[in-house]
Design a protein around this ligand. Structure first.
Ligand SMILES: Cc1cc2nc3c(=O)[nH]c(=O)nc-3n(C[C@H](O)[C@H](O)[C@H](O)COP(=O)(O)OP(=O)(O)OC[C@H]3O[C@@H](n4cnc5c(N)ncnc54)[C@H](O)[C@@H]3O)c2cc1C
Length: 443
């Protein structure tokens, strides 16, 4: 049953650009737009910036290098270096799989958006977009002050779920082509009072290491939610290990009931995994303490936009370059396995890697500006994990260094589009020159 609801609500139209979502892509978009002189409002539904890297407790950055040079530069590298400077156990030159202290990272994003002059609105959820003539006229959000409308010249959707695209009635893709299946989710967590000596000197816990204890825990059936050996982990602080471990299948991040159920199950999974670690690795985890599970569910994929250009698997394999590319990407096609394949993995017949594709040293592909432009709308850009690409490619471009790069490009492009209110009306050579001047890696 539907009901009609109408109400006079205040309209705020004082900003040039509104960025929705304060994850890596949203922060980079807001910072770059503000540095280019636009007045920017950044709306974030939680109480902290950083998205999956902070509220999601993802414990490590995906590699910043192609093993010959840094590929993700500009604001991405700035965020990364600032976050790293807070980590006393990380070497200054480390570039790949660097751990994340989530509290330090929150402060890095806070400081960078404040320094750039961005206005941040926390605890505010965007719930609707009102469109006319292929343009977003205004968006509607809710917070403690009630229901409010916000209007700007250009909007940037960095919600990770392409919420503004869906709210604007535009088409999108969801999950794998054909099946619609999304990658499993993971609720990350942190364990403290870990014995660091044994952490460093025991077989590394990882699904690629079939002799490690995670396989014993998963096979034991004593911990019924620990059904697979996915177990990335990093030392994120003194005696404290962050875990990106375990899988929850069939979580639909666009369905709040599905996410709520997953959060309850995810907290149980983290507890069971911790109990298993205590039992199977008592020297390392015997005295340890489960200090936090992520407040935000770890969603790997959901909606992807139908954009002016869709990055394809073939583009990835051919290491393709584009005349309008705004950055490069070298991360492997990291698509987490479906529930059907779990049995093979847990039986040691596969580590899931047969579906992964990765590059040799020094290789990368381009990300065209057009993959950030949703079709059939003039004043909207998308950055982060929902840019236009095939599902397998999303397994690569979804990670944080890439999201920071697409965010910076979207923020800069939005500033250029403020005069015409149309993100297609910009000179992409000019965009690329500005990005290059601001440190981006553009060949
Ligand atoms: C379990 C897991 C492990 C991962 N591991 C790694 C890893 O090891 N290394 C790595 O680099 N990457 C990793 N990733 C990928 C990466 O963390 C995310 O894909 C990336 O953070 C996506 O960035 P984003 O800006 O697109 O979205 P997000 O980080 O999801 O941020 C979106 C933000 O928008 C806000 N938001 C959403 N909807 C609304 C709305 N309607 N109104 C207002 N605000 C809204 C959210 O609260 C959130 O803060 C992992 C992801 C997951 C889920």
């Amino acid at each position: 049953m539907n009901i009609q609801f109408s109400k006079d609500i205040p309209l705020n139209n004082q900003f040039d650009i509104i960025v929705v979502g304060g994850g890596p892509s949203g922060c980079a978009a807001a910072i770059s737009a503000a540095r280019e002189g636009a007045s920017v409002l950044l709306i974030e539904s939680t109480g902290a910036l950083g998205g999956m890297g902070t509220n999601g407790l993802v414990p490590a950055w995906c590699p910043f290098s192609d093993r010959t040079k840094v590929v993700y530069r500009g604001i991405a590298l700035e965020v990364f270096e600032k976050a790293k400077a807070n980590m006393k156990h990380v070497k200054a030159g480390d570039l790949d799989w660097v751990p994340i202290d989530p509290e330090a990272l929150k402060r890095v994003y806070d400081q960078m958006v404040v320094d750039a002059g961005v206005t941040v609105l926390f605890n505010t959820q965007v719930v609707s977009a009102v469109n006319t003539d292929k343009k977003i006229e205004y968006i509607v959000a809710t917070n403690k002050a009630g229901i409010l409308a916000y209007q700007s010249k250009i909007y940037i959707d960095c919600t990770g779920d392409a919420d503004l695209v869906a709210m604007s009635g535009l088409s999108f893709e969801y999950g794998e082509e054909g099946s619609g299946e999304v990658q499993p989710s993971t609720q990350c967590f942190a364990i403290t009072n870990v014995d660091e000596y044994h952490y460093h000197n025991s077989p590394f816990l990882h699904m690629n290491n079939p002799d490690c204890a995670i396989y014993d825990i998963a096979r034991s059936e004593k911990y019924p939610l620990v059904v697979d050996p996915h177990c990335c982990n990093s030392l994120i602080g003194p005696r404290t290990v962050g875990f990106n471990a375990g899988h929850l299948w069939n979580v639909d991040s666009t369905n709040p009931f599905s996410v709520s159920e997953a959060l309850i199950k995810g907290r149980q999974l983290a507890y069971q995994l911790h109990q298993g670690l205590k039992e199977y690795l008592p020297e390392t985890y015997g005295a340890s303490y489960l200090i936090a599970t992520a407040p935000s569910m770890g969603i790997r994929d959901s909606r992807r936009i139908i954009g002016e250009y869709k990055i394809t698997f073939k583009d990835y394999i051919e290491r393709r370059s584009f005349p309008d590319e705004i950055g490069r990407n070298c991360y492997f096609l990291d698509v987490h396995h479906s529930i059907d394949k779990n049995e093979k993995i847990i039986n040691g017949e596969s580590n899931g890697e047969e579906e992964w594709e990765s590059y040799s040293d020094g290789e990368s592909h381009g990300i065209p500006y057009r993959s950030l432009i949703p079709k059939n709308i003039k004043n909207l850009l998308v950055a982060g994990r929902s840019i236009a690409c095939e599902h397998r490619v999303q397994g690569s471009v979804r990670v944080m260094p890439v999201c920071l790069v697409t965010g910076q490009a979207a923020g800069t492009a939005a500033t250029l589009a403020c005069d015409t209110f149309d993100v297609r009306d910009i000179d992409t050579n000019n965009l690329r020159n500005i990005l290059r001047r601001n440190g981006a890696y553009i060949e």
